[in-house]
Design a protein around this ligand. Structure first.
Ligand code: AMP
Length: 404
């Protein structure tokens, strides 16, 4: 067996997944949370084992203590890491800036560069570094690989990533569109080509990653050529709690007229906007239920959400110069027939037509949800960012992922 451990480390929690790369199947998953909070919580599940699940509450003062809890859970509840033949640890890193064009083996220099990019991702990169430091201490003999959410979008042309502001100021402060959700957009666009049995190189695809965070990506022959998130994950689509696109002058206006300071505005647009701001509830399931029950506020919010998506679909059809495939993915995209149908309603004239008989049934497998007559094929493909990180990790250490 060849196993890769994938770590997604946040400031007060980390998630992990152990993946058997011979079969690309999950061996174990876990979550360690409320680190440094007095009473921590850890959950570990060894996939397919009846006694392989543990849920415990205990003090977890820091990430290193959290890693000790994880190691103990593997030892007690399996699979044992030595038997699984752990060959590498893959770390999700949100911001790779313009420094990292692809995944890299982590050494002290790389670790420092990831830390230095904290200015661009203050909530994420420092937390990733904490996870990397702890993981390198616990697994000193295997390679660690950093896989960046931004690197898939490093193929964006300058015209797509440049903001029309003072060039010198932008250069000095590294201001440009970076884009995020790259592992998901890459995984899903490749899976779409595979599912359709068509060469990736000839497909023009729009991926709609609709989760709590949401972004659209235009993929031309496997390369990201445009994406809706920008310098930060705030730009673009309407999200659970983020506004997405907004006239920047709203910020000046609220500062001048409502007296809001920078921190309050940051919090307003990142944490109190989107579906939460529009309806008082940031969870799409609740918004949908309310709309179905006749709540006009919820329906109006969904209309804003759909309007934004349609705008990106139209824009990306133009940027791609055509379109073969639209893929829905992530929590909302995979699970909500209402959102899929609503977002693409009225696009029949552009050759995009959803088939209710295919769209409505719940399923966990990749599938077509457009009509046979639809010129653009609309797919639902469950994303798997952990597997993508594991594949890139294996590729980076010189082992190719299996051809399954
Ligand atoms: P993610 O960030 O990908 O985990 O997605 C989380 C979002 O998916 C939340 O807003 C959930 O409400 C939403 N979600 C999950 N299941 C459904 C569903 N059946 N219908 C609508 N939204 C859903």
């Amino acid at each position: 067996m060849t196993a890769v451990l994938v770590i997604n480390s946040g400031s007060s929690s980390f998630k992990y997944q152990l993946i058997d790369m011979d079969t690309e199947t999950e061996l174990a998953t876990g979550l360690v949370e409320r680190i440094g909070d007095g009473v921590g919580h850890a959950r570990h599940t060894a996939t397919g084992s009846t006694d392989g699940r543990i849920d415990q509450t205990l003090p977890i003062p820091d990430h290193t203590a959290g890693f000790a809890v994880m190691i103990e859970a593997f030892a007690q509840h399996g699979p044992t890491l030595s038997e699984a033949d752990l060959v590498a640890v893959g770390h999700r890193v949100v911001q790779g800036g313009s420094v990292f064009l692809g995944p890299v083996v982590v050494d002290d220099l790389v670790q420092g560069q990831i830390a230095d990019l904290a200015d661009l991702a203050p909530l994420h990169n420092p937390a990733h570094v904490q996870g990397i430091i702890a993981a390198r201490a616990f697994f000193p003999t295997v390679p660690h690989v950093a896989v960046f959410d931004t690197s898939f979008h490093q193929t964006l042309p300058a015209a797509a990533y440049t903001y029309a502001i003072d060039t010198a100021l932008a250069a000095e402060h590294s201001i440009r569109r970076y884009g995020f959700h790259g592992s998901s957009h890459k995984f899903v666009s490749e899976a779409a080509a595979e599912f359709l049995g068509r060469p990736l190189a000839e497909l023009k695809t729009i991926v709609l990653h609709l989760g709590n965070g949401a972004s659209a990506c235009a993929v031309d022959g496997g390369r990201s050529i445009d994406t809706s998130m920008g310098l930060t994950p705030l730009q673009g689509l309407v999200m659970g709690t983020r506004s997405g696109d907004i006239d920047p002058a709203v910020v000046f206006h609220l500062h001048r007229k409502a007296g809001l300071g920078i921190e309050e505005l940051d919090e307003l647009l990142n944490k109190k906007s989107g579906m939460l701001g529009l309806t008082g509830n940031g969870d799409m399931r609740d918004v949908e239920d309310a709309a179905v029950a006749g709540d006009e506020v919820a329906q109006a919010a969904l209309d804003v959400y759909y309007h934004r998506i349609r705008g990106y679909v139209g824009s990306y059809m133009a940027q791609l110069g055509g379109l073969d495939v639209i893929v829905f993915t992530a929590g909302v995209g995979e699970n909500s027939p209402i959102v899929r149908a609503g977002a693409l309603a009225g696009l029949e004239g552009l050759g995009i037509e959803i088939d209710p008989a295919l769209n409505d049934p719940f399923s966990r497998v990749p599938r077509v949800v457009s009509t046979a007559a639809s010129r653009v094929t609309v797919l639902v493909i469950p994303t798997n960012e952990e597997l993508e990180i594991a594949r890139q990790t294996l590729g980076t250490i010189g082992r190719t992922p299996p051809a399954l």
